[in-house]
Design a protein around this ligand. Structure first.
Ligand code: E4P
Length: 224
Protein backbone atom coordinates (compact mmCIF):
# COMPACT_ATOMS: atom_id res chain seq x y z
CA UNK A 1 0.00 0.00 0.00
CA UNK A 2 1.33 3.43 -0.94
CA UNK A 3 2.05 5.67 2.04
CA UNK A 4 0.28 8.90 1.08
CA UNK A 5 1.32 12.07 2.90
CA UNK A 6 0.41 15.74 2.66
CA UNK A 7 3.26 18.27 2.68
CA UNK A 8 1.61 21.08 4.58
CA UNK A 9 0.83 22.86 7.84
CA UNK A 10 -2.72 23.67 6.67
CA UNK A 11 -4.97 21.91 9.18
CA UNK A 12 -8.16 22.56 7.17
CA UNK A 13 -6.59 21.00 4.08
CA UNK A 14 -5.54 17.95 6.07
CA UNK A 15 -9.15 17.58 7.27
CA UNK A 16 -10.45 17.91 3.70
CA UNK A 17 -8.20 15.21 2.26
CA UNK A 18 -8.48 12.94 5.28
CA UNK A 19 -12.24 12.85 4.62
CA UNK A 20 -11.80 11.31 1.18
CA UNK A 21 -8.33 9.75 0.99
CA UNK A 22 -6.20 7.40 3.12
CA UNK A 23 -3.84 10.11 4.39
CA UNK A 24 -1.09 8.28 6.28
CA UNK A 25 0.30 11.46 7.84
CA UNK A 26 1.89 14.83 7.22
CA UNK A 27 5.37 15.95 6.21
CA UNK A 28 6.65 19.36 7.21
CA UNK A 29 9.80 21.36 6.68
CA UNK A 30 11.12 24.50 8.40
CA UNK A 31 9.85 26.76 5.58
CA UNK A 32 6.32 25.31 5.72
CA UNK A 33 6.14 25.76 9.51
CA UNK A 34 7.67 29.24 9.38
CA UNK A 35 5.17 30.35 6.72
CA UNK A 36 2.27 29.03 8.80
CA UNK A 37 3.72 30.58 11.98
CA UNK A 38 3.20 27.23 13.72
CA UNK A 39 5.75 25.26 15.74
CA UNK A 40 5.47 21.51 16.04
CA UNK A 41 4.13 21.68 19.59
CA UNK A 42 1.11 23.52 18.23
CA UNK A 43 0.56 21.69 14.99
CA UNK A 44 1.22 18.04 15.91
CA UNK A 45 -1.59 17.78 18.49
CA UNK A 46 -4.02 19.30 15.98
CA UNK A 47 -2.92 17.00 13.17
CA UNK A 48 -3.04 13.94 15.43
CA UNK A 49 -6.58 14.78 16.51
CA UNK A 50 -7.64 14.93 12.85
CA UNK A 51 -5.76 11.91 11.52
CA UNK A 52 -5.81 9.67 14.58
CA UNK A 53 -3.18 8.09 16.77
CA UNK A 54 -1.58 5.85 14.16
CA UNK A 55 -0.73 8.70 11.78
CA UNK A 56 2.91 9.48 11.00
CA UNK A 57 4.58 12.89 11.05
CA UNK A 58 7.87 14.10 9.61
CA UNK A 59 9.75 16.89 11.38
CA UNK A 60 13.05 18.34 10.16
CA UNK A 61 16.02 19.21 12.35
CA UNK A 62 17.24 22.81 12.14
CA UNK A 63 20.61 22.31 13.87
CA UNK A 64 23.71 22.93 11.77
CA UNK A 65 26.20 20.44 13.26
CA UNK A 66 26.08 16.65 13.35
CA UNK A 67 26.07 16.58 17.14
CA UNK A 68 23.34 19.22 17.20
CA UNK A 69 21.25 17.28 14.68
CA UNK A 70 21.62 14.08 16.68
CA UNK A 71 20.60 15.76 19.90
CA UNK A 72 17.67 17.54 18.24
CA UNK A 73 16.54 14.33 16.52
CA UNK A 74 16.52 12.45 19.84
CA UNK A 75 14.26 15.13 21.31
CA UNK A 76 11.92 15.09 18.30
CA UNK A 77 11.82 11.31 18.52
CA UNK A 78 10.87 11.46 22.20
CA UNK A 79 7.62 13.34 21.43
CA UNK A 80 4.49 11.22 21.87
CA UNK A 81 3.75 10.65 18.16
CA UNK A 82 4.85 8.33 15.36
CA UNK A 83 7.67 10.56 14.15
CA UNK A 84 10.25 10.38 11.42
CA UNK A 85 13.09 12.88 11.73
CA UNK A 86 14.08 14.68 8.54
CA UNK A 87 17.79 15.31 8.15
CA UNK A 88 19.29 17.13 5.14
CA UNK A 89 21.42 14.76 3.05
CA UNK A 90 24.59 16.83 3.39
CA UNK A 91 27.94 15.45 4.55
CA UNK A 92 27.09 16.72 8.04
CA UNK A 93 23.59 15.26 7.80
CA UNK A 94 24.89 11.84 6.72
CA UNK A 95 27.13 11.75 9.79
CA UNK A 96 24.08 12.47 11.93
CA UNK A 97 22.01 9.84 10.09
CA UNK A 98 24.66 7.18 10.64
CA UNK A 99 24.69 7.92 14.37
CA UNK A 100 20.90 8.10 14.64
CA UNK A 101 20.40 4.77 12.90
CA UNK A 102 22.61 3.09 15.50
CA UNK A 103 19.97 4.35 17.97
CA UNK A 104 17.11 3.04 15.82
CA UNK A 105 15.53 6.47 15.23
CA UNK A 106 13.42 6.69 12.05
CA UNK A 107 15.07 9.02 9.52
CA UNK A 108 14.12 10.65 6.24
CA UNK A 109 17.04 12.07 4.27
CA UNK A 110 15.79 15.29 2.70
CA UNK A 111 16.92 17.93 0.19
CA UNK A 112 17.92 15.28 -2.36
CA UNK A 113 18.79 16.75 -5.74
CA UNK A 114 20.74 13.90 -7.38
CA UNK A 115 20.83 10.12 -7.61
CA UNK A 116 24.30 9.76 -6.13
CA UNK A 117 23.42 12.03 -3.19
CA UNK A 118 20.29 10.00 -2.45
CA UNK A 119 22.13 6.71 -2.79
CA UNK A 120 24.73 7.77 -0.22
CA UNK A 121 21.95 8.73 2.19
CA UNK A 122 20.44 5.27 1.71
CA UNK A 123 23.83 3.69 2.43
CA UNK A 124 24.10 5.78 5.61
CA UNK A 125 20.92 4.09 6.79
CA UNK A 126 18.09 6.53 6.01
CA UNK A 127 14.67 4.85 6.18
CA UNK A 128 13.19 7.24 3.62
CA UNK A 129 14.67 9.40 0.85
CA UNK A 130 12.95 12.58 -0.36
CA UNK A 131 14.12 13.49 -3.87
CA UNK A 132 12.80 16.95 -4.80
CA UNK A 133 11.13 16.24 -8.14
CA UNK A 134 9.98 19.70 -9.19
CA UNK A 135 12.99 21.52 -7.84
CA UNK A 136 15.22 19.18 -9.88
CA UNK A 137 13.06 19.78 -12.98
CA UNK A 138 13.23 23.53 -12.38
CA UNK A 139 17.04 23.34 -12.50
CA UNK A 140 16.90 21.84 -16.00
CA UNK A 141 17.51 18.26 -14.88
CA UNK A 142 15.02 15.37 -14.73
CA UNK A 143 13.39 14.76 -11.35
CA UNK A 144 11.51 11.66 -12.52
CA UNK A 145 14.76 10.10 -13.74
CA UNK A 146 16.42 10.74 -10.38
CA UNK A 147 13.54 8.90 -8.69
CA UNK A 148 13.71 6.06 -11.24
CA UNK A 149 17.47 5.66 -10.82
CA UNK A 150 17.20 5.70 -7.03
CA UNK A 151 14.48 3.04 -7.14
CA UNK A 152 16.68 0.91 -9.38
CA UNK A 153 19.69 1.24 -7.08
CA UNK A 154 17.64 0.49 -3.98
CA UNK A 155 16.33 -2.68 -5.64
CA UNK A 156 19.70 -3.67 -7.05
CA UNK A 157 21.47 -3.42 -3.69
CA UNK A 158 18.58 -4.82 -1.66
CA UNK A 159 18.33 -1.74 0.58
CA UNK A 160 15.37 -1.32 2.93
CA UNK A 161 15.18 2.44 2.22
CA UNK A 162 11.83 3.71 0.92
CA UNK A 163 11.46 6.47 -1.64
CA UNK A 164 9.19 9.31 -0.58
CA UNK A 165 9.43 11.78 -3.47
CA UNK A 166 8.54 15.39 -2.61
CA UNK A 167 8.30 18.77 -4.33
CA UNK A 168 5.58 18.51 -6.98
CA UNK A 169 3.95 21.21 -9.04
CA UNK A 170 1.61 19.21 -11.27
CA UNK A 171 -0.35 15.97 -11.49
CA UNK A 172 1.77 14.70 -14.41
CA UNK A 173 4.87 14.58 -12.21
CA UNK A 174 2.88 12.68 -9.59
CA UNK A 175 1.64 10.02 -12.01
CA UNK A 176 5.11 9.48 -13.49
CA UNK A 177 6.56 8.95 -10.01
CA UNK A 178 3.75 6.59 -8.98
CA UNK A 179 4.35 4.51 -12.13
CA UNK A 180 7.82 3.78 -10.73
CA UNK A 181 6.29 1.99 -7.75
CA UNK A 182 7.59 4.28 -5.02
CA UNK A 183 6.68 3.23 -1.48
CA UNK A 184 5.51 6.68 -0.40
CA UNK A 185 4.79 10.17 -1.69
CA UNK A 186 4.09 13.59 -0.21
CA UNK A 187 2.02 16.19 -2.03
CA UNK A 188 1.44 19.87 -1.44
CA UNK A 189 -2.29 20.52 -1.05
CA UNK A 190 -2.64 22.42 -4.33
CA UNK A 191 -1.28 19.41 -6.24
CA UNK A 192 -3.46 16.99 -4.25
CA UNK A 193 -6.42 19.20 -5.22
CA UNK A 194 -5.36 19.05 -8.89
CA UNK A 195 -5.63 15.26 -8.77
CA UNK A 196 -9.33 15.59 -7.87
CA UNK A 197 -10.13 18.34 -10.33
CA UNK A 198 -10.59 17.07 -13.90
CA UNK A 199 -12.88 19.66 -15.57
CA UNK A 200 -15.03 17.02 -17.33
CA UNK A 201 -16.07 15.13 -14.19
CA UNK A 202 -18.68 17.44 -12.61
CA UNK A 203 -20.46 18.20 -15.92
CA UNK A 204 -20.76 14.43 -16.51
CA UNK A 205 -22.25 13.91 -13.04
CA UNK A 206 -24.62 16.87 -13.53
CA UNK A 207 -25.87 15.39 -16.80
CA UNK A 208 -26.68 12.07 -15.05
CA UNK A 209 -28.70 14.05 -12.50
CA UNK A 210 -30.66 15.95 -15.18
CA UNK A 211 -31.44 12.76 -17.13
CA UNK A 212 -32.54 10.94 -13.98
CA UNK A 213 -34.89 13.68 -12.74
CA UNK A 214 -36.45 13.99 -16.21
CA UNK A 215 -37.39 10.31 -16.19
CA UNK A 216 -37.98 9.55 -12.50
CA UNK A 217 -38.58 12.89 -10.80
CA UNK A 218 -37.31 12.75 -7.18
CA UNK A 219 -37.20 8.97 -6.78
CA UNK A 220 -33.96 7.38 -5.67
CA UNK A 221 -32.44 4.52 -7.64
CA UNK A 222 -33.79 1.74 -5.44
CA UNK A 223 -37.30 3.28 -5.62
CA UNK A 224 -37.44 3.33 -9.42
C1 E4P B 1 10.12 17.73 1.33
O1 E4P B 1 10.90 17.11 2.04
C2 E4P B 1 10.27 19.16 1.07
O2 E4P B 1 10.16 19.73 2.33
C3 E4P B 1 9.24 19.79 0.19
O3 E4P B 1 8.41 18.85 -0.35
C4 E4P B 1 9.82 20.69 -0.87
O4 E4P B 1 8.77 21.09 -1.71
P1 E4P B 1 8.80 22.47 -2.52
O5 E4P B 1 9.79 22.32 -3.63
O6 E4P B 1 7.41 22.60 -3.05
O7 E4P B 1 9.17 23.54 -1.55
Amino acid sequence: MLEFYLDTADVDAVTRFHNCLPVRGVTTNPSILAKAGLGINRILPELASILGGDSRFFVQVVSQTADGMVDEARKINALPYDLVVKVPATETGLAAIKQLKSENIQILATAIYSTHQGFLAALSGADYLAPYVNRIDAMGADGIKVVADLQLLINQYGLATKLLPASFKNSGQVVEVLKLGVAAITLPVDVAAQLLAHPAVQPAVDQFTVDWHYAFDNQLSFES
